[in-house]
Design a protein around this ligand. Structure first.
Ligand SMILES: *[C@@H]1O[C@H](CO)[C@@H](O)[C@H](O)[C@H]1NC(C)=O
Ligand SMILES: *[C@@H]1O[C@H](CO)[C@@H](O)[C@H](O)[C@H]1NC(C)=O
Ligand SMILES: *[C@@H]1O[C@H](CO)[C@@H](O)[C@H](O)[C@H]1NC(C)=O
Length: 175
């Protein structure tokens, strides 16, 4: 086991801040690079790399939010298995503000509903955005940094505000 840093694990489903990603990529500090080499030969890299970097970087460790941003509906105790989500769960799922959800069966109708109603994706197409040019079908890329927040942004913002409330934030941060 390494002694220069402490290992952390968590969910592979996460959202990273731009500032933290820049810290990892630009490499003005050696830590992200050192850990990249370490995690190259380690199990479950997606469940440990960013967690270990952020929890060993004093300038970022206090920004950790301990949530995996998943909507999961558990079956009754004592099994505690995630239920298969379907179209009947979409209302609660969307209201939760979660950015990820599991589990779905292959090609479930709930996924089509997410595509058409939340993402505005046509069949086999991509999600249009503020960067689209070439109306009406978004056939050209305009300004790629133009991202217009929609209702989903409000929901995520609500979720994040709840997650970073002082009583929740510091509890179990980097433990
Ligand atoms: C959705 O799943 C629940 C069980 O979690 C089931 O009772 C319900 O019938 C399902 N609905 C549809 C539309 O498949
Ligand atoms: C989506 O497109 C595929 C082929 O590209 C087609 O097989 C499928 O039926 C289409 N689905 C809908 C809902 O139109
Ligand atoms: C835009 O997409 C629609 C539906 O796929 C299609 O009917 C229409 O011809 C497209 N328009 C252009 C300008 O490509």
């Amino acid at each position: 086991m390494p002694t220069a840093f402490k290992l952390f694990t968590g969910s592979a489903w996460m959202v990273l801040s731009r500032s933290f990603v820049e810290y990892c990529i630009w490499g003005w500090d050696n830590l992200p690079r050192t850990l990249l080499m370490y995690y190259t030969n380690f199990l479950s890299t997606p469940e440990g790399y960013f967690h270990t970097v952020i929890c060993n970087a004093p300038e970022y460790s206090s920004t950790v939010v301990n949530s995996d941003l998943h909507y999961i509906s558990w079956d009754k105790r004592p099994q505690q298995h995630p239920k298969m989500l379907n179209i009947s769960d979409t209302k609660k799922m969307i209201a939760s503000g979660a950015v990820f959800a599991r589990k779905f069966t292959h090609n479930d109708l709930a996924l089509d509903k997410i595509d058409t109603e939340l993402l505005g994706r046509g069949n086999g197409s991509f999600t249009p955005g503020g960067w689209c040019a070439g109306k009406p079908n978004c056939s050209k890329v305009g300004d790629p940094s133009k991202i217009n927040p929609g209702l989903g942004a409000d929901r995520i913002s609500g979720l994040v505000s709840r997650l970073i409330s002082p009583s929740k934030l510091t509890r179990r941060q980097c433990r």
